[in-house]
Write a protein that binds this ligand. Structure first.
Ligand SMILES: NC(=O)c1ccc[n+]([C@@H]2O[C@H](COP(=O)([O-])OP(=O)(O)OC[C@H]3O[C@@H](n4cnc5c(N)ncnc54)[C@H](O)[C@@H]3O)[C@@H](O)[C@H]2O)c1
Length: 329
């Protein structure tokens, strides 16, 4: 089998690639893995260092918006797993142009090439943020989309395009929508790495607004196992939710990080809320659990402690790319 992974040098994509090449996924042991990544500020070849010498990995630096590169790489590919995106909500509030280009135009370029090449499956990795915000209860996969941030709107557009290519051209697309990921190798602009690295350095952490914003947390390893299940056993034309089962307000999460890092509440600095900040996201994951046997394996307390430990012991990875911006989820 030949897999094209876009964004495979980013946080989640690289975890997926390291998993494939370490033989974590059943029946994928002899897979040829092709990574296409532009290496934006968020992409990092160090993320693939543990598997870089393997013969069945090919890395191509390139843009998913470039039809020449994309067409060439799509030849003989059986499966596309599409992670590449601009992903940071705050950046999309400051300037959304790259989000529209990469997330919408880039996804369209990939879908066209995949349809021409006749790939067997295209997994489009998306987010719970496409639904907007929900005060109570949980979203099922047929919930209408109502994105609020430019990031979420660009992802919603790409979801619509992906599903349209299934309906119109018969491209075997599956869409996954997940909650907030955490784990090693995540860029320090995101909440958990930002707070953990600040606290490890004895600095304060910037908490948005009243801290009541609530997110479901999903370990990146559970997310990637869910994606692999969808790629292997999911139905074409279907959407699958992948969640972690641990819902926390940002204030509670911050308290847990303070405890792990041995800091107290004086390390928390309240900052003005993000514009249009969604209060709560919550996915119903009964479909993927019932149909594909997915359930999150990593408990949040273990996963969070291990993640902080990873940042404590991998300063060489994060110090050169440390940001001091406001935190986001
Ligand atoms: N991190 C989360 O919590 C989360 C939650 C829900 C959904 N997602 C989705 O999962 C996917 C991966 O997220 P992530 O957190 O790993 O992102 P990331 O920002 O860590 O990595 C994105 C990767 O895409 C690459 N990239 C960006 N623009 C590109 C382009 N034009 N051409 C080729 N490569 C390009 C970057 O270089 C980087 O390696 C995204 O589609 C995102 O929307 C992430």
């Amino acid at each position: 089998m030949r897999i094209l992974v876009t964004g495979g040098a980013g946080f989640i994509g690289s975890h997926f690639v390291r998993g494939i090449l370490s033989g974590v996924y059943p029946y994928w042991e002899n897979t040829q893995t092709l990574v296409l990544d532009k290496l934006t500020y968020a992409g990092n070849l160090d993320n693939l260092a543990p598997v870089a010498n393997q013969r069945n990995l090919t890395f191509v630096q390139g843009d998913i918006c470039d039809p020449v590169i994309v067409d060439k790489l799509m030849r003989d590919v059986n499966l596309v797993v599409h992670f590449a995106a601009e992903t940071h909500v705050d950046r999309s509030i400051a300037d959304a142009s790259e989000f529209v280009r990469t997330n919408v135009q880039g996804t369209f370029t990939l879908l066209e090439a995949a349809a021409r090449a006749g790939v067997d499956r295209f997994v489009h990795v998306s987010t719970d943020e496409v639904y907007g915000s929900i005060e109570h209860g949980a979203w099922a996969e047929d919930q209408p989309l109502s994105p609020n941030s430019p990031y979420a709107a660009s992802k919603a557009s790409s979801d619509h395009l992906a599903l349209a290519f299934h309906r119109t051209h018969g491209l075997p697309v599956s869409v996954t929508r997940c909650s907030n990921n955490y784990g090693p190798y995540q860029h320090t602009e995101k909440l958990i790495p930002l707070f953990a690295t600040n606290l490890l350095d004895g600095l304060t952490v910037p908490l948005y607004g009243d801290g009541r914003n609530s997110r479901d947390w999903l370990h990146v390893d559970d997310h990637c196992r869910g994606i692999q299940l969808v790629a292997s056993k999911g139905r074409a034309g279907d959407i699958y939710h992948i969640g972690g089962g641990t819902e926390l307000t940002n204030a509670t999460l911050t308290g847990q990080l303070l405890d792990i890092c041995g800091a107290d509440a004086s390390a928390v600095r309240r900052v003005p809320d993000r514009k249009g900040h969604d209060l709560r996201y919550c996915l119903d994951i009964s479909k993927i659990s019932t149909e594909l046997g997915y359930f999150p394996r990593i408990s949040f307390s273990d996963g969070l402690a291990d993640t902080v430990e990873w940042y404590r012991t991998h300063r060489d990875w994060w110090e050169p790319r440390k940001v001091s911006t406001t935190a986001t989820t």
